[in-house]
Design a protein around this ligand. Structure first.
Ligand SMILES: [Fe+2]
Length: 258
């Protein structure tokens, strides 16, 4: 249903911020590929891996070809993909992410290479800033000193490097959608957490033109998503066309933290 909703809404680009699979199985990823085949074949989807994708068969390499930082350029859109997963994610109870200084610099360089008229978006699974605990489990493990639900250790460094060069940082991992305005520079940096689409049954839709966002994103409800199809945090971006009244579609979030 998600795929159909995206096709019906004629979105230009869809980004998925990790946890494509629940158990990291190749069969799960192949199912995703089957379901989203029309959009994948049209090269409309951009993905980064999440901690769940490192479980089981470890399909992170299928998601992002093994690179920690990569760029996808689309008309009017500059997407910087960041793999924030690590070997700790082989364990279900160690879902936290990790990035290092080299990755921070590579992300900064990738953002600086964007065309002037492109919206600059960073995609990453784990959250860069502290977020409130969402469950009793998170509350408990936090007090035990375990990093299970912690933000990225260099998350703030990443944001400081991106300020002035990045318009949107989209992440997943946590279940409750959130919005943070990190900077008010000439090029404000906005952070959005997709939230859990399986719980929310909706996604965000961003509109952009000439390298800038057009207002705030809107929520799009997606009903009747089969549970096995709805694990991933999804967003969609649409370019404004001169002949089309401002319609944007951004699917927001189907995530499962772990
Ligand atoms: Fe996650």
């Amino acid at each position: 249903m998600t795929c159909h909703a995206l096709l019906e809404n004629n979105v230009d680009d869809i980004v998925i911020t990790g946890d494509i699979t629940h158990r990291g199985r190749v069969s799960e990823y192949q199912k995703f590929q089957q379901i989203f085949a029309p959009l994948l074949e049209a090269k409309k989807i951009c993905i980064v891996p999440g901690n769940h994708d490192r479980l089981g068969d470890d399909v992170a390499g299928m998601v992002m070809s093994g690179a920690r930082v990569a760029v996808q350029s689309r008309p009017g859109l500059h997407l910087v993909q960041v793999d924030s997963t690590g070997p700790q994610n082989y364990s279900f109870v160690a879902g936290h992410g990790e990035i290092d200084e080299e990755i921070v610099e590579r992300v900064g360089d990738a953002l600086e290479s964007a065309p002037r008229d492109a919206l600059r978006v960073t995609l990453i699974h784990h959250h860069p800033l502290p977020l409130p605990e969402e469950t009793l489990v998170e509350w408990f493990v936090h007090r035990m000193g375990w990093p299970y639900a912690e933000q990225l250790g260099l998350g703030r460094r990443l944001l400081e490097r991106a300020v002035g060069e990045c318009d949107l940082l989209l992440h997943g991992h946590r279940h409750i959608p959130r919005e943070i305005r990190f900077s008010d520079s000439e090029r404000p940096l906005l952070i959005y957490n997709a939230g859990s689409s399986t719980e929310l049954m909706r996604f965000r839709l961003f509109r952009h033109a000439e390298g800038r966002l057009l207002g705030s994103p809107s929520w799009v409800d997606v009903r009747r998503i089969p549970a096995e199809h709805a694990l991933e945090p999804v967003w969609a971006l649409a370019r404004r066309r001169p002949t089309v009244p401002a319609a944007i579609r951004a699917p927001a979030a189907l995530d499962e933290v772990g």
